[in-house]
Design a protein around this ligand. Structure first.
Ligand code: 5AD
Ligand code: SF4
Length: 343
């Protein structure tokens, strides 16, 4: 009989390495059933590393005076989109810190301009905002939104994001769904204070959110943060988590994250073999990309965009998969739409 992954004890035993061979072959099998051997590509444009927040784990937090800050112009961003299109990338992700000097209207204008010029899906990753702002951007043409809940453990969350409440984060995710974005969330593995029990619970709680995209990566300690002395999240535990999340969420788009690669060389390729179906190369200009230093190892080399994309192509081939030229919408979101239309 197949184990019931909806039971917390089962999830816990697989997290502890009950049977990795079986787990990873199941998750890979489900990924192949739903997505074949295609990998969806998302080009990330990290357009500003200014952030007004103070997250205890992130190198972009406001008290970090050790990094130079940058903000791209709309011309520079459009140039990155142009490269994406030329390289056959059908989705771009616009990501930044919560930069207080960029207005909601400026972002809406940028979204509209990209949508007018290019046949490309736009994912936003711009943090916690109001319902009105999310609505403005959705109406301007944004298709998808990523907002990680970071953890389901309230105490761990409130220690990692001092002065913020976990419930507010959850409300944002609900707003995004209400506005019909393809909605993505996820968490870090190994934040200080997390236990294997709370973590097994988190996986089941995450699944209840019925997400279209799920991002999971190990916590990587950054030297300029209050968490600098904490241990990094365990890579094998992250891969097991990814595999369990795939089994529980067969229709979600799941990336193999760059944090996996930062924590251990080669782990992003392994992620593609154990359930991930998305890869997200950075398209940020080489002049500034090393400054988008959320965690050590993130955008660490000053490679050209073309070189980074070539490396991703190679990695996909090594995993025995192929670069999909589909726009890569989430089958979960499409199902939701169809269901709504039949009601
Ligand atoms: N290690 C790993 N992931 C991190 N993130 C932020 N800081 C770190 C870190 N030190 C992740 C968070 C955030 C996303 C943009 O990057 O999950 O939501
Ligand atoms: Fe800012 Fe996001 Fe980093 Fe927090 S995790 S400091 S909100 S960029």
């Amino acid at each position: 009989m197949k184990p019931d992954f909806k039971q917390v004890e089962i999830v816990k035993s697989f997290l502890q390495g009950e049977n990795d061979d079986w787990l990873f072959s199941q998750s890979d099998g489900i990924r192949r059933q739903v997505f074949g051997d295609g990998v969806f590509i998302r080009g990330i444009i990290e357009f500003s590393n200014y952030c007004k927040q103070n997250c205890s784990y992130c190198g972009l937090r406001v008290p970090n005076k050790e990094i130079a800050r940058y903000r791209l112009t709309s011309e520079e961003i459009l140039f990155c989109v142009e490269i994406a299109e030329k390289q056959g990338i059908r989705t771009i992700v616009l990501q930044s810190g919560e930069d207080p000097y960029i207005s909601d209207e400026w972002i809406a204008g940028l979204i509209a301009e990209i949508k007018k010029k290019y046949s490309i899906a736009i994912t936003l990753s711009l943090g916690e905002r109001s319902f009105e702002t999310y609505k403005l951007w959705r109406n301007a043409g944004a298709d998808r939104y990523l907002l990680r809940i970071e953890t389901f453990n309230r105490k761990v969350y409130e220690n990692a994001r001092k002065g913020h409440y976990w419930e507010d984060r959850l409300k944002c995710i609900q707003m995004l769904k209400e506005l019909d974005y393809e909605t993505g969330s996820g968490f870090m593995v190994g934040l200080p204070g997390e236990t294997i029990d709370s973590f097994a619970d988190s996986i089941l709680e995450l699944t209840k959110l019925n997400l279209d995209m799920i991002g999971i990566g190990p916590f990587v300690a950054h030297p300029e943060t209050p968490f600098k002395k904490e241990s990094n999240g365990d890579v094998l535990l992250t891969l097991r988590t990814l595999a369990i999340v795939r089994i529980l969420n067969p229709l979600a788009n799941i990336p193999s994250t760059s944090a996996l690669e930062s924590a251990q060389k080669g782990a992003r390729l392994t992620g593609l073999k154990v359930g991930a179906n998305v890869i997200m190369p950075s398209l940020t200009p080489e002049r500034v990309k090393v400054l988008y230093n959320i965690y050590p190892g993130k955008n660490a080399t000053r490679d050209t965009t073309e070189y980074s994309i070539e490396a991703v192509r190679k990695m996909i081939g090594e995993a025995g998969l192929h670069w999909s030229d589909s726009v890569g919408g989430s089958p979960n979101w499409l199902n939701r739409k169809q269901l709504e239309n039949t009601l």
